[in-house]
Design a protein around this ligand. Structure first.
Ligand code: ADP
Length: 469
């Protein structure tokens, strides 16, 4: 490759590390690196990139740690011989919700940065709050309750913004600083989220807040598609045309198509719950677990289970609840039935809550699965049967970073008729793993209805009913 061949950078300022990817014009990854906060920046003493304060609810990261990580990764690139003159554009993502508080006068310092000193030294006096609240923070219950009350309730807030009040959300975090730390608030000239803060470091000026989400772009989602991450917790990304905001889940603008929306649903009881049932019913073996899925019938003869070891987000419920085909609560299931009830239940919940948000399965719908459990074909078969759609897998190593690098290219051609979909045409296609079994949809239609009805029985008292009137 010629030394001057253009390249594009994608950055990810995530919770535990800073990552960078460089791609060439054929979208081939030509450079990849990362800085791990706990390991490479020991002086900040973080655990998994954060500090959990003594109340256990306040969770922060030192803003200067993020800047020092950038200094460090740029040094690493330089010493490896990376030719920065080839970079035509860059784009980045940051962990959601985290906020950065720039002190009065910081914009002047940002504009006049000297190349002779590292950024973390030049910017050390630029922040009115040195410990930035991050997405793991849950210390703003008071602010959430008063926000919901101010607009008439949780559902009203969801109708306006796409989500009910959540403690980690930036607005509630800002409201907390405003009321609990008025001095710092008064000294603040600008508030950034982590992604716009990172963009500001490169711009030497405050970057506006962008409403994009790099994951979605990196995974090449298209209209009607679902991306599902089966990791520690399970997460669903949906492409939605006509959203109906609900108390569970969140609706966002769609970064790929300005006429559409994107929805996100989080399920806390994901892989750890599956591991527990694997240990109890399949001697701790995924092979045995998969065999149980293979030897049981679609629809589990009408047996339905809810498995929430920890209090679930979607829906707000806890405990293990089993119902037989006559909707009678039963104390246990045979082992194989238990395994299928868990997996069918997890995927029926996902479909029901996705549809509540306005999601519609279309004939061309594809499910793109990622995360640890997406290596299990039998689990993916149940997913395919419940959604009545083919399941594909994608190699998501660094998908957020890669999505950013694609957006960097797209940014350069912005204003032309080239869409992001056109830009990512060269990127690797998802791989088809399973298609739905014949007749599965007829079995699941009535079962989905029963699952939704039974779910009402196992719900906790909704938090919104505690709202002060
Ligand atoms: P993280 O959320 O930490 O990124 P991963 O996406 O790496 O998590 O997923 C890790 C989980 O994947 C493990 O907790 C494990 O339960 C699950 N897993 C790994 N292999 C399999 C398998 N063959 N079948 C089902 N689950 C699996």
């Amino acid at each position: 490759m010629a030394a001057s061949a253009p390249c594009y950078l994608g950055w990810d300022f995530s919770t535990q590390q800073l990552k960078v990817i460089a791609i060439d014009e054929q979208l081939r990854v030509i450079y990849e690196d990362n800085v791990q906060f706990d390991k490479d920046l020991l002086e900040f003493g973080t655990h998994c990139g954060v500090h959990v304060q003594s109340d256990k609810r306040t969770v922060t990261s030192p803003v200067l740690m993020w800047i020092k990580a950038l200094d460090m990764i740029l040094e690493k690139m330089k010493s490896s011989g990376f030719d920065f003159s080839r970079v035509r554009a860059l784009s980045g993502a940051g962990q959601q919700h985290g906020s950065v508080y720039w002190k009065e006068g910081a914009s002047q310092i940002l504009k006049n940065l000297s190349p002779d000193l590292p950024l973390h030294q030049l910017l050390k006096a630029c922040f009115s709050v040195s410990d930035s609240p991050v997405w793991m923070d849950s210390s703003t219950t008071t602010q959430c309750l008063s926000l919901e009350k101010a607009v008439g309730g949780a559902q009203d807030l969801a109708n306006i913004t796409g989500s009910r009040a959540c403690e980690r959300f930036t607005g509630n975090q800002i409201a907390k600083i405003y009321s609990q730390n008025p001095e710092a608030y008064a000294q603040t000239e600008r508030i950034s989220v982590v992604s716009s803060f990172a963009a500001s470091l490169f711009l030497g000026a405050y970057a506006p807040i962008d409403y994009c989400d790099a994951s979605l772009a990196g995974m090449k989602l298209e209209e009607g598609d679902i991306a599902i991450s089966l990791g520690t917790s399970d997460t669903l990304f949906l492409w939605i045309q006509e959203p109906t905001p609900a108390l569970e889940g969140h609706i966002f603008c769609n970064p790929v198509d300005s006429q559409a929306y994107m929805a996100l649903l989080c399920f806390k009881n994901g892989s750890l719950m599956r591991e527990r049932i694997r240990d109890d019913c399949a001697s701790g073996s995924w092979d045995e677990f998969s065999k149980a899925l293979k030897c049981t019938v679609i629809g589990n003869n009408g047996n339905i289970g809810f498995y929430f070891e920890v209090i679930e987000i979607t829906p707000e419920a806890v405990g293990i609840h089993r119902f037989n085909r006559d909707n009678k609560k039963v104390p246990d299931f045979p082992k194989e039935v238990e395994i299928r009830a868990l997996i069918e239940g997890q995927f029926m919940a996902k479909r029901i809550h996705a549809e509540k948000l306005g999601y519609k399965i279309m004939p061309r719908t594809r499910i793109l699965a990622t995360g640890g459990a997406s290596h299990n074909k039998e689990i993916l078969q149940v997913l395919s049967d419940v959604f009545s759609a083919p399941v594909y897998t994608i190699d998501t190593a660094n998908s957020a970073c890669l999505g950013c690098a694609y957006r960097a290219i797209h940014g350069l051609v912005a204003g032309t008729s080239v869409s992001l979909v056109d830009v990512v045409k060269l990127a690797p296609e998802p791989r088809l793993v399973v298609i739905p079994n014949a007749g599965a949809d007829q079995v699941y239609q009535p079962l989905l209805k029963r699952y939704a009805d039974l779910e009402q029985k196992v719900l906790c008292t909704p938090v919104s009913s505690h709202l002060p009137k």
